[in-house]
Write a protein that binds this ligand. Structure first.
Ligand code: ADP
Ligand code: MG
Length: 861
């Protein structure tokens, strides 16, 4: 596309999108969309002749006569056509004019000379002689322009082409006689060409083809495709497929798919069937590409080797791979298409599950550190709690204790909604590590969270008496280097240092029997830092709390027995491996507050066992959630004022850091200015955003926690589990811009104390999906329920950045397809039970495929 064309197409796309947002009411343009399209086409010049644009306009012919649902569909399809143009053109700096379809001798001026020469030198083979790794240009008679078009899409080899799946299918398999054709439906007719004429000139050129059968006749209009008049001749029998529209009171096909008809029904490629729509790019003409793909599929798929042994395949009721690949490209019918999708989706789940299960085995093969559970100590912890553990907490704790007693290292995920009480569970586990003579580490994603955890752990554990079993060498080290020996009661500086490091006074230390918790973060002074590191190395410190720096730095533990990681979604597989590579095999507990639907859990954390806290501690107040429009902001401000007057604090969340004209959303900076200057000049307002240096962010958070501010304006950085019990209201601007899971996380920032808390969602969006999302938030505070809803509404990518979690993208499998996933998991387990290394000959290919799948996934991520 030229720049001018790009602008023209953009303008068109914007209008269509606006029309769709407006509910397809045909009122965003002055005289209706049809009139607009005519004007646009007349003015747009060469842009109007782009095939994708013509297809887009084709979808919209007869717009005024369509029902709302049809309009919506037509708009969606048209927008998609336009979008494909942009995706394609990103890959094509040079834009060759699209070749005419069905033109046998299209000029080959588009293939860059170099590539053409290189390709020309390659020995050519007939398809039947080539294997899956052969490059497309090795195929004898392959059109070089086609080959370079595919290359731009990343399709280089025959295998790439087999996995270049259609993005959708047009069902024009219903064949009718002309008199039966229904307006608005996707139909196919076969008839004789009785008239062909070219009407108009320039951008308004149309070719009108009349087709007749024994029941009547119908017109097909092709816009701006002059060549059609040369290709379709009176007397030919052709098949036409497309949507039937009405124009001037007469039914017609507008820019339908067509092909010459031969009596063999299997020979129909572009019409009269489920027509696959493959992702294309400039230089790849639809029909030509489809014919090429069909040729490859027909020749190659019968001899595609299957990586699943036949009995496994039958056990899981799956199509053979070759058949699935053939059917996914050219499905005989819906059933076959579904079966093909099932097989190919199953493969993706299977590769993932084999990968994660192997990782789990790797972790568990190692010798671990079996603990003996000290029930006495555990009872003492419970006595000291100001509350009773919930049933869910009890259950999670006993699952963890069972793991800790095993000889292989624990690898467990503790999943629990915000406020479900994960910290106590972690504390109970850490306490057992100490009681067994080991050290524990707790890692948090930010310094401030680490501080919070350290404070909580000290409160919970420092007064629990631990009979030190002096297990292994740790005890010895510990006794020799007891810090109390260093203590001179008159040395106030030393005392302060010790308190800073161990977080407790000598009295609190109870003669060395209390649990010693130290904080290790970047804000410690060099001296303190050295003391802590020494304390850890010598075993004087039982539990250390820090950020992820804990594992990247040169922290040496005397005897590390258990690692707890908070907020898993910022702590990937790689970090876990690094920990392991530090030479110790501690038990590991990963905690996450992001409620993850089961399907995703199996995929993302498939190598972990899972405990769930699905119960809230009693006596929690429900957070009141309400959505308001921007014009009602004043209400929110009155509410804020009231809360602050009662001594409470407030968060205001904005989606952006800097102002953005396009989106008309307030940025955090603007909002901060406005609130501080105009709305609440008498209150203390602070600003927090992700572009600030980490240290500055921590400072602001700390100051807010210590109630030096009343209102904190922030971007999404606030999401991570910060705990300010005095904050009771959170206002979220542009709420529709956030995912449901994220909104739920935001909301979890309030309702952490005894005060009634509120969440105010500000949004003007009338998009159906965002309305449903915000309504779901108003109705429930159950994070898991919300996660399921979000997964249904938006798909997993939006819900949870799968990339960042090191999970491969799925091309075919549906993340929500729990049943298929569970089946794949089962088969993966069965296969690995038989053959853990996939070493047997019948698993050879499978092993290769799994490796290839993961290496591709990790590269992409
Ligand atoms: P999260 O799962 O979000 O990390 P926390 O562990 O921070 O939750 O717990 C949230 C609050 O609930 C804390 O103040 C904690 O003391 C309290 N809490 C935890 N368990 C219980 C319980 N069983 N009964 C009452 N309060 C509890
Ligand atoms: Mg927490």
């Amino acid at each position: 596309m030229t720049e001018v064309e790009r602008q023209q197409v953009t303008a068109l796309g914007k209008t269509l999108a606006a029309e769709r947002r407006d509910g397809c009411a045909d009122r965003v343009t002055d005289d209706g969309l049809s009139a607009f399209l005519r004007q646009w086409s007349a003015a747009a010049g060469s842009a109007a002749r782009l095939p994708a644009v013509q297809r887009a306009i084709g979808w919209l012919v007869g717009y005024d006569g369509m029902t709302l649902a049809e309009r919506d569909q037509a708009l969606a399809a048209a927008i998609e056509e336009l979008r494909s143009l942009f995706q394609a053109s990103r890959n094509t700096p040079e834009t060759p004019p699209p070749p005419a379809p069905e033109q046998p001798a299209a000029p080959r001026r588009t293939a860059p000379r170099q590539a053409r020469n290189r390709a020309a030198q390659m020995p050519k083979h007939s398809l039947a002689e080539l294997d899956l790794d052969a490059r497309l240009e090795q195929i004898a008679h392959a059109d070089l322009r086609l080959v370079s078009g595919f290359r731009r899409l990343g399709v280089v080899t025959i295998r790439d082409l087999l996995y270049h799946f259609p993005r959708r299918y047009d069902d024009v398999s219903r064949r009718r006689s002309i008199s039966e054709l229904q307006v608005g439906a996707e139909e196919t007719v076969i008839g004789e060409v009785t008239d062909v004429r070219t009407i108009g000139t320039g951008p308004k050129l149309r070719v009108r083809v009349e087709v007749s059968d024994e029941t009547g006749s119908i017109e097909a209009i092709f816009f701006n495709q002059r060549w059609i008049a040369q290709q379709i001749k009176v007397g030919q029998t052709i098949a036409l497929s497309g949507k039937v529209t009405v124009f001037g009171g007469k039914r017609q096909f507008s820019s339908p798919r067509w092909e010459r008809y031969t009596p063999d029904p299997d020979a129909l490629l572009h019409t009269g069937r489920l027509v696959p729509i493959h992702p294309l790019t400039q230089g790849l003409h639809e029909n030509q590409a489809r014919r090429f793909i069909k040729q490859v599929i027909d020749t190659i798929t019968p001899r595609v080797p299957d990586h699943l042994p036949p009995h496994r395949r039958e056990q899981a009721r799956l199509l053979p791979l070759g058949e699935a690949l053939a059917q996914i490209h050219f499905p005989a019918n819906r059933e076959q298409l579904d079966a093909a999708r099932r097989r190919l989706g199953f493969d993706e789940f299977l590769f993932i599950q084999i990968g994660v299960l192997q990782r789990k085995r790797l972790w568990q093969q190692e010798m671990g550190l079996p603990f003996t559970i000290d029930t006495q100590v555990h009872a003492e912890l419970q006595q000291r709690l100001p509350f009773q553990l919930t049933t869910a907490q009890h259950r999670a704790i006993s699952e963890i204790f069972a793991d800790l007693q095993r000889p292989s290292p624990m690898a467990r995920l503790l999943q629990g909604d915000v406020g479900s009480g994960k910290t106590v569970v972690a504390a109970a586990a850490l306490l057992q590590a100490v009681a067994n003579g080991f050290q524990g580490a707790l890692m948090a994603p930010t310094e401030i969270l680490a501080e919070q955890h350290a404070k909580n752990l000290k409160q919970l554990l420092s007064r629990v008496r631990v009979p030190r079993k002096t297990a292994m060498a740790a005890g010895e080290v510990y006794q020799q280097a007891d810090w109390r020996a260093l203590l001179d009661p008159d040395d106030a500086a030393k005392l302060a240092e010790i308190v800073a490091i161990l977080g407790m006074t000598p009295e609190e230390d109870m003669g060395g029997q209390g649990v010693r918790v130290a904080l290790l973060t970047g804000s410690l002074g060099t001296r303190e830092r050295r003391r802590v590191l020494e304390g850890i190395a010598r075993g004087e410190i039982d539990l250390v709390v820090g950020t992820h720096a804990l594992i990247t730095e040169t922290v040496q533990f005397a005897q590390l027995g258990l690692v707890v990681v908070d907020e898993q979604h910022r702590f990937g597989v790689e970090q876990r491996l690094r920990l392991k590579n530090k030479g110790c095999n501690p038990h590991m507990l990963v905690m996450t507050a992001t409620p993850i639907p089961r399907t995703l859990t199996l995929t993302i954390y498939g190598d972990l066992d899972v405990s769930v806290l699905d119960e809230r501690p009693p006596g929690r107040q429900e957070i009141r959630t309400r959505r308001i429009s921007r014009s009602e902001r004043e209400k929110a401000y009155r509410h804020i004022r009231k809360q602050v007057a009662e001594g409470r604090q407030v968060y205001v969340i904005c989606p952006l850091v800097e102002e953005s004209e396009k989106l008309e959303l307030p940025s955090a900076e603007e909002m901060y200015e406005r609130l501080q200057r105009e709305v609440f000049p008498d209150l203390r307002v602070a600003l927090l955003h992700g572009k600030m240096p980490a240290r500055e962010k921590d400072e602001v958070m700390r100051a807010f926690r210590d109630h030096q501010y009343d209102i904190l304006v922030a971007t999404a950085v606030i999401e991570v589990g910060i705990d300010v019990p005095n904050a009771t209201t959170i206002v979220i601007e542009g709420a529709e811009r956030f995912g449901l899971a994220q909104l739920h996380q935001f909301r979890g920032r309030v309702g952490r104390g005894n005060h009634q808390s509120y969440c105010i969602l500000i949004s003007d969006s009338d998009n159906q999906q965002s309305r449903e999302r915000l309504a779901a938030l108003e109705q429930t505070t159950d994070g898991f329920k919300l996660a399921e809803i979000d997964l249904q509404l938006r798909g997993p990518g939006e819900f949870f950045g799968t990339r960042q979690s090191g999970t491969p993208d799925l091309k075919m499998a549906q993340q929500g397809d729990t049943r298929l996933l569970v089946e794949a998991r089962r088969l993966a387990e069965a296969i690995l039970n038989d053959d853990p290394e996939l070493a047997r000959p019948e698993h050879h290919l499978l092993r290769q495929k799994v490796a290839a799948f993961w290496s591709e996934a990790l590269q992409a991520g």
